[in-house]
Every structure is written in C-alpha cells, then in structure tokens.
Design a protein around this ligand. Structure first.
Ligand code: G3P
Ligand code: MG
Length: 254
C-alpha cells in the first residue's frame, strides 16, 4: 500500500507548514508529511514554502535575510483563519520532534538557496541525525547538486529527485524528461518525485521500478487519481487533503 503524506501538512484545512497542519495530517490518517526547508540569516533551518513570508504571515521579507528570532515575532496562522492565530514558524528541529513521535516518514524538501555555498544540506543532516530520524526521512529537491552533496554526507538517507516542467526548464535539465528513469538512476538517487502530470504515461512506474527507483507523486487531491496511483505501484502520494485521500486509498486496499 502507498504511504500518504500531507503536502506541507494537511494544507487544505490548516495554514501550510505549521504545527497545526502537521498534527492535523496525522489525525486524518496520513503516514507523514512533505515539508519545505529554508535557512535563516543566522543559519537555522526553518519550515517555510516561499522565499518570502508575505503570503503566509503578517510579516514581509525574505527568510534568508531574517534571523530566526525575527521570524518568531510573526503570526503564520491568522491568514488561514482566526482559529490558527499565533502559529509560529517551525524550526526543522521542532518539525522533526513532531515527526519522531507521530510519523513513519517525513519528506524534507530543500529549497534552492540564493547563496553560493549555503550550509543548508549540512544543517539539515545534522538535525536529522540529532533526532535519530535518518531511516524515516526522504530528502528531496529540484536542485540535484544539493542532493548529490547530501548523498555523499549521508548515504543511508533516501534521496529523491523532484521534477516538473517549470523547474527543469529553470535548472536547464530538460534532458531528464526524455528518460527520467535512466537520468535519475545515473545520479544514483533512490526516488523519483514527479508532478502528477508525468505519471499519466502508461508503464512509467515500471520503468523506475526496473531500475530500483521508488516513485512519489505530488499533488494528488482527487480520490480516483490516488486510487490509480496505488494501482500503478506508486510508493508515496503527497496530498493537500489527507482526509480525502486516506479514505480513497483504504477503499481499494481493504
Ligand atoms: O515535494 C513536492 C512539492 O512540494 C514540490 O513543490 O512548490 O509545493 O514545494 P512545492
Ligand atoms: Mg514542497
């Protein structure tokens, strides 16, 4: 059976990438969450999707240009509803504490950094090791250089290559779309994490499986698509709506 991961937590129902969203994902039956990491100005890995905090907080500016203490002043919940008022930005440490006690897998997505030589990989691995979570983390990124660095530093951790049309163009790796299984296999990564659009091709999961690569797909919020993914042998399904997708997957697995 496929594992279900809440995309930034149960982000359809709670402010994305917050404690509420993570806890709700678990309550709704998810096996874990997918979440995004940036480094603060003072080098603390934090949980946040966008580079700026303007969309999902009452503050403004770039995470990389603010210290962790500055970020703690802001409210990351109210934009989604009064009931979430006072949600603070989560540090990676706090996210791993939640995962440690309640999740069988957490997918940490390293966001690309604006700084050459950023220690985001080292800091993330340090936190994962501190929480003894190496065997329950899947590390993913659109930036394969970050993944290659992680692979060298922590070969036992699962490494997953994300891809979608926009990001492969931006990173000049359109080549991957011709034969993603060979491309990812040559890099020696464990998982391919394509956008759902790339799973429409019949037999695509088998191509990865033959090369010993698992498939995680994002973002799946429709029950029939989740059921198709399970039937095709997808290992992990990332969804904004764990409640809906867990029910759909149970229906065909029970
Ligand atoms: O990891 C899957 C997905 O989260 C990648 O895109 O922009 O939602 O982080 P994004
Ligand atoms: Mg993400």
């Amino acid at each position: 059976m496929s594992l279900i991961l809440g995309h930034r937590g149960a982000s359809a129902y709670a402010p994305d990438n917050t404690r509420s969203a993570f806890e709700l994902a678990v309550q709704q039956g998810a096996d874990g969450v997918e979440t995004d990491i940036h480094l603060t100005k003072d080098g603390i890995p934090v949980i946040q999707h966008n580079y700026e905090i303007d969309r999902n907080s009452n503050g403004k500016g770039y995470v990389e240009q603010m210290t962790y203490d500055e970020l703690l002043q802001y409210d990351f919940g109210s934009w989604k509803g009064e009931q979430f008022k006072g949600e603070k930005i989560l540090s990676l440490d706090e996210a791993l504490e939640i995962a440690q006690r309640s999740m069988s897998l957490i997918n940490l997505e390293l966001k690309q950094t604006m700084h050459f030589n950023s220690p985001i990989v080292e800091k993330t691995i340090e936190a994962v090791k501190k929480h003894k979570m190496v065997d329950r983390v899947m590390l993913s990124s659109f930036d394969y250089a970050l993944l290659q660095k992680a692979q060298l530093l922590c070969p036992e951790m699962l490494i997953a290559a994300l891809y979608d049309e926009a990001e492969v163009k931006q990173n000049n790796i359109e080549e991957i779309l011709k034969d993603p299984a060979s491309y990812i296999s040559n890099l020696g990564f464990d998982f391919a994490n394509p956008h759902i659009d790339y799973l429409c091709e019949e037999g695509i999961v088998e191509k990865f499986t033959q090369k010993g690569i698992g498939v995680t797909v994002w973002t799946v919020d429709k029950p029939y698509i989740a059921q198709m993914c399970v039937k095709r042998g997808v290992k992990c399904i990332i969804t904004n709506k764990p409640k809906v997708i867990c029910k759909a997957v149970r229906e065909i697995c029970d």
